[in-house]
Design a protein around this ligand. Structure first.
Ligand code: BG6
Length: 478
């Protein structure tokens, strides 16, 4: 298909996502000559813009080196912009006309960098006015619904007009290097497969921490909260890759069948297994004023939306029954980190007595920053004495693969769409399960108007979260 012309349409071209992520990604793919030779880009949005405005707006995110200015010119020479609404046909007819002008038989890829409120009308208008001889693919961003009901409604609408093969539900965590490595590490290493079960694992934690707040996205965020923003999608996707059985093959549907199978075994989250938090300002955070969530002018003063959540999930199957999967995510915390941590059970019948303290083995997959896999284990202190200490087997990408640039998640995923590879995209039944797990608790939180526990900007989050994790067999090792 690389010989066929492609037109990539960015819907919502004036927005934050398009500016910070989509345009830069398209430029990097173009710069590295990874896209079909005959490629055109069309931005579509309501604002009155020109390609030149887009060039200026995106510039600081494009990372252009001095020797690339000519190439950048040629990139923007194949960029176009169309102003139009999201709910009337004129704009979409114009868009179709433009695509045909560029190439009569091109493949068309539509990226929905849009608020979910317009998904329905935009998808219908594309279907009615922008379909043509070539392939059509749509890329939809989260949030895909707000709960199980709205998910079903949107899904019914989309699947009525686009096939599953045409629909790419993006979860950019699936494009991250370490998340991609999970399947290889698990299924290409005998040493891991034998301990990957309830007999050996004490608990699994999957964490996402950010050291900054909602950063001007408060308006969007307040409608969704951290469970919908991060946990229901990114963390659940990681959970499914960590806990699923070995797929029959690496075909997209074989992998997704296994993910769905394990997600079906995840019990609905219960309210008693959740701790919610909301960050407060810190007048002297790292020497400067750090504003609280509700100080954001786009957030209502009395908002009870959570910016932090810890949830404990259980998987009701033979491999994992009774083992807590602790999901933790939050904004405005003490560090940036995303990782998966397996803590193993204690060694039975230990022969090591005081002063030796035997710590659990841990296996950690650090997704970011600084991809790494490391394992905590006990070893003899070198020297004359016979004391034990905890040490690490360390496989850090930065020292192993010196000078290798890892592709950005969006780069890899957009390329997958061009190639028609759905491995790293979320199938509709996966998403159904993800909403099934969280919807009852989300409804309950809203119904009871549960107030999140305040935590200071830059802290570890509410101490109640650490307490719930400890109750679920997690030992904090600092
Ligand atoms: C997005 C969330 O999906 O992921 C954001 O909406 C979050 O709130 C972001 O900041 C994190 O992505 P990354 O790749 O920076 O870890």
């Amino acid at each position: 298909d690389y010989d066929i012309a492609h037109v990539f349409i960015v819907l919502g071209a004036s927005g934050d996502l398009a500016t910070k992520k989509i345009y830069p990604t398209l430029w990097w793919l173009y710069r590295d000559q990874l896209l079909p030779k005959k490629i055109f880009f069309i931005g579509y949005a309501r604002s009155n813009l020109t390609v030149d405005d887009i060039k200026k707006k995106t510039h600081k995110y494009l990372k252009v080196s001095n020797d690339q200015t000519k190439l950048l010119e040629s990139f923007f020479n194949v960029n176009y912009y169309i102003q139009g609404n999201y709910d009337d046909k004129d704009g979409f007819e114009q868009l179709d006309k433009k695509i045909k002008e560029l190439d009569m038989c091109s493949h068309r890829i539509f990226y929905f960098a849009l608020p979910p409120t317009v998904y329905k009308s935009v998808s219908s208008l594309i279907h009615l006015h922008c379909r043509a001889a070539g392939l059509t693919r749509i890329i939809v961003e989260k949030p895909f619904g707000r709960d199980l009901e709205s998910y079903k409604d949107l899904s019914k609408h989309l699947s009525g007009i686009f096939t599953e093969e045409e629909t790419y539900r993006i979860d950019h965590y699936l494009g991250k290097e370490m998340v991609q490595n999970l399947m290889v590490l698990r299924f290409a290493n005998r040493i891991f497969s034998t301990v990957w079960n309830r007999d050996n694992v004490a608990c699994v934690t999957i964490s996402f921490k950010e050291p900054f707040g909602t950063q001007g996205r408060g308006g969007y965020f307040d409608n969704f909260g951290i469970i919908r923003d991060v946990m229901q999608n990114h963390l659940i996707q990681i959970l499914s890759l960590v806990s699923m059985e070995k797929p029959v093959s690496l075909k997209a549907d074989d992998i997704r069948n296994e993910k769905v199978k394990v997600l079906k075994c995840v019990r609905e989250l219960k309210l008693e297994n959740v701790v919610l938090g909301q960050y407060e300002g810190d007048p002297d955070g790292e020497g400067e004023m750090k504003e609280g969530y509700r100080d954001d002018p786009t957030v209502p003063n009395d908002s009870i939306t959570s910016t932090f959540a810890l949830a404990v999930l259980y998987i009701n199957n033979e491999r994992w029954d009774g083992i807590p999967f602790i999901l933790r995510c939050g904004k405005a915390l003490n560090e940036r980190k995303a990782e998966v941590r397996l803590q193993f059970r204690d060694v039975p019948g230990s022969i090591f007595t005081t002063p030796n303290v035997i710590h659990r083995n841990e296996l950690v997959f650090r997704v970011q920053p600084g991809e790494a896999v490391y394992m905590k284990l006990m070893s003899k202190e070198p020297g004359m004495l016979f004391d034990c200490h905890q040490t690490e087997l360390d496989f850090t990408y930065g020292s192993k693969y010196v000078g290798i640039d890892l592709p950005d998640a969006y780069e890899r995923l957009i390329l997958d769409v061009v190639c028609g590879n759905q491995i790293n995209f979320v199938r509709s039944d996966e998403l159904y399960e993800a909403w099934r797990i969280f919807t009852p608790v989300l409804n309950e939180i809203e119904k009871q108007k549960i107030k999140p526990i305040p935590y200071r900007f830059g802290s570890r989050g509410p101490k109640e979260a650490d307490e719930l994790a400890a109750k679920n067999n997690f030992i904090y090792s600092g």
